[in-house]
Design a protein around this ligand. Structure first.
Ligand code: ATP
Length: 403
């Protein structure tokens, strides 16, 4: 596959060269303090490698959505400070609102081999998300080599992820991106079988293409969470007040048929944990019952998979050699509805298989439940990993040169 053949930082001869690295420093901030440093930690191996190689390392990233132009709250200044502490060396922050401005140009011109400069939030430039040519050229003018290590932004064609590559002679992917391609890419394109995929989360509509793509790749497709109820409705069950995408019932019926034709085992919950009212606040205690999936009373709704479903799903997971999971099995934010999600995390942790978490809520759930270090790979991209699971080519990866 082409995405497994991309030039990487290991293929570069970066000594003395100016290397622009697109990182994913889109970290959560509260009152100027970074509350989760995972993304900074994830970027370190590529940065350290380039420093060790004697490159001039210029970093860029977006932070937040930036609705109203440059502002202090979305400045990358706190990242420069934290990064400098982690690397144990100065990180010069080029605080230009126009990103490539006089500060950035001077900082880059003054660099010695092994120095590090961080540019301001790329989204301070409105052209960034429109992939405008002028800003792409400005970014390119700062460097000799471009490295993309921002998997979380690879599904977007922006100046700093795609446009810039047109104006730089040499391009490569960083270690973090390489890891995502290796695990997510291999799992989907060339899995060790049996290949079991587990999908959950709120709505069928969000994952139509993922379901379809995985049906053509997986040996077993497990569906839980809110999206399972539309499938149960497609089987003719009454799902009471459960989440239901009525317009997608026919689609689910087609998928059930397709699975049967292809010999893919499609597992749905056989029992569910139900409640009368949605918990308010979400972690409030509410009375629950367990019923078979075809016996949900009209005034109640399914909020988690039941014990029989947990055992059924765990059995399939135990037999797998490759497992990819995206989306929780229930309203996992509430302890009374978290058992399904917990059971999947546990079964995956115990499985003798390559285990991959496809980002977003499931990644958060696995980390909160303490199974993070038991998984082979937890993707750093929510939207990007979903698009990967849909079988889409990601523009940020496509734009990088092959070996
Ligand atoms: P992301 O899009 O960030 O990757 P995700 O794909 O893991 O997230 P979402 O589709 O966003 O998952 O859905 C997660 C939400 O679905 C959770 O907040 C959870 O409470 C909710 N959810 C799961 N099961 C149910 C259910 N049975 N009824 C209602 N809500 C549910």
């Amino acid at each position: 596959m082409s995405h497994l053949n991309k030039k990487t930082v290991d293929d570069l001869n970066a000594r003395g060269k100016r290397v622009l690295v697109r990182c994913d420093f889109n970290v959560p901030l509260k009152d100027g303090v970074i509350t989760d440093e995972n993304r900074i930690n994830g970027a370190l191996p590529t940065i350290q490698k380039l420093i060790d190689d004697g490159a001039k390392v210029i970093l860029c990233s977006h932070l937040g959505k930036v609705k109203n132009g440059p502002n202090e709250k979305e400045s990358l200044a706190p990242v420069a400070k934290r990064l400098s502490e982690k690397l144990g060396k100065p990180v010069v922050f080029a605080a230009d609102d126009e990103v490539v401005g006089p500060n950035a140009r001077k900082a880059v011109a003054d660099m010695q081999d092994g120095d590090v400069v961080l540019l301001q939030n790329t989204r301070f430039r409105p052209e960034e998300t429109k992939n405008g040519e002028a800003f792409s050229k400005e970014l390119a003018s700062l460097c000799d080599i471009y490295v993309n290590d921002a998997f979380g932004s690879a599904h977007r064609a922006h100046c700093s992820t795609v446009g810039v590559t047109e104006f730089v002679a040499e391009t490569a992917v960083g270690y973090l991106m390489g890891k995502e391609l290796k695990y997510l890419g291999n799992a989907v394109e060339d899995p060790v079988r049996p290949f079991v995929t587990i999908l959950g989360g709120a709505k069928v509509a969000d994952k139509l293409n993922v379901i379809e793509n995985l049906l053509s790749k997986a040996d077993t497709l497990i569906i839980g969470g809110g999206m399972a109820y539309t499938f149960l409705a497609a089987k003719g069950y009454n799902v009471g007040g459960s989440l239901l995408d009525e317009s997608k019932i026919d689609y689910c019926r087609d998928m059930l048929k397709k699975a049967e034709e292809k010999g893919v085992q499609l597992l749905l919950p056989v029992d569910v944990v139900i409640a009368e009212h949605f918990p308010e606040p979400i972690d409030a205690h509410v009375p629950t019952e367990v019923v078979d999936a075809d016996k949900i009373p009209g005034h109640m709704f399914g909020a988690d998979i039941g014990p029989k479903s947990r055992a059924l799903f765990a059995e399939a997971i135990q037999k797998a050699k490759t497992i990819v999971w995206n989306g929780p099995m229930g309203i996992f934010e509430n302890p009374v509805f978290a058992n399904g999600t917990l059971a999947i995390a546990q079964a995956m942790a115990e499985a003798d298989a390559v285990t991959i978490i496809g980002g977003g809520d499931s990644a958060a759930a696995v980390n909160t439940l303490g199974f993070g270090d038991k998984m082979t790979h937890i993707s750093t991209g929510g939207g990007a990993s979903l698009e990967f699971l849909e079988g889409k080519a990601l523009p940020g990866i496509e734009a990088v040169q092959d070996k």
